[in-house]
Design a protein. Structure first.
Length: 327
């Protein structure tokens, strides 16, 4: 990988299918739009859209959908040299059911398992892990082996350098129980400098849904910045210096609620790289999430810096320009 990478994400990738008929069950959907997806993938794309050199480490099948993933990453400006192939497994597909749009259902097709579950330390550029300014790790990686052991090795090599970000990313369908998820995800807090998650994810990781208590428990574990997403109550950010801010949500008419958190993550990466303070960080991240919630797709619809600035200034999500119009 290139030595100028600013942000490295390690995690899940898929080909996501979004229904063009909104607010109806999948049985009534006749047409879909496709895009690459997965938490780490979307955050890497979001960071690239904001002008940063990002890279993704994952695995795809040795199939046409694997080619689709690489081509999309290249188009978005995300370094895809860390995308390996697994000859015996297919690139996973995900169907979204936007019924209702604000609380969509996701149907994962990862049988018998997905290639990204089989990342090993041999797939990881440890020199980049040690040097990259922002490393992004989703907690869902811990649900699988050997990927869980690989993440432990990655974090040991990273030695808790700033900025090492843990996206708590609890996905119930990947775990036998929330308790097991907590046993695997919680210990990662001792190896990262930033943690971000919603109330449920905080309860899984640190044992409480109370935002202030959850943030305090993370700070006690040596976290430099703890972020708790509170839905309609906004977002709480607390840093190790004792600063605590709550930023209210940015209301929009929701088209698809799937990509808002990943757009938030991409904006967070931008703020970490540019040294923004907690309040500005959360205002801009909220705006980024709101923009994507007002659009159908996730990766393809990640906002630009100008779009985030417009959203912050006006409270109105801008209409996305095509890639050709943006040039």
């Amino acid at each position: 990988m290139s030595s100028d990478i600013e942000m490295l994400a390690i995690g899940r990738v898929s080909v996501d299918l979004y229904p063009e008929q909104i607010g109806v069950p999948l049985a009534d959907v006749s047409t879909f739009r496709s895009a690459i997806g997965g938490t780490a993938t979307n955050v890497a794309v979001a960071a690239a859209r904001l002008g940063h050199r990002s890279a993704l480490i994952t695995k795809v099948g040795d199939d046409s959908f694997g080619g689709f993933v690489r081509a999309a990453l290249d188009r978005f400006g995300v370094d895809s040299s860390g995308v390996a192939s697994h000859s015996g497994l297919a690139t996973p597909v995900v169907f979204a059911e936007l019924d209702p749009p604000a609380e969509p259902s996701i149907w994962f097709y990862r049988q018998p398992s997905a290639p990204d579950e089989h990342l090993t330390i041999d797939d990881i550029d440890l020199d980049l892990v040690r040097s990259v300014p922002v490393l992004w790790i989703p907690g869902s990686r811990m649900a699988f082996e050997p990927s869980g052991s690989t993440i432990h090795a990655v974090l040991e090599a990273r030695e808790r350098r700033s900025h090492t970000v843990l996206d708590l990313d609890y996905r119930a369908m990947f775990w036998p129980s929330a308790e097991e998820a907590g046993r695997r995800i919680g210990p990662l807090l001792d190896h990262v400098t930033v943690a971000v998650g919603n109330r449920e994810e905080c309860e899984v990781a640190v044992g409480t849904r109370d935002p202030e208590a959850a943030a305090a428990r993370m700070i006690e574990r040596g976290i430099e910045l703890a972020i708790v997403k509170m839905g309609g109550d906004g977002v709480l950010a607390v840093n190790a210096a004792g600063e605590s801010v709550i930023v209210p949500p940015t209301p929009v008419d929701v088209v698809c609620g799937l990509g808002a958190g990943d757009a938030f993550g991409g904006s967070l990466v931008h703020s970490l790289l540019t040294g923004a303070g907690p309040r500005q960080m959360m205002i801009e991240a909220n705006a980024a999430g709101a923009i994507v919630a007002s659009r159908l797709l996730c990766s393809d619809d990640m906002p630009t810096l100008d779009e985030i600035s417009t959203m912050v200034a006006t409270g109105v999500p801008p209409i996305r320009k095509t890639d050709e119009e943006s040039q």
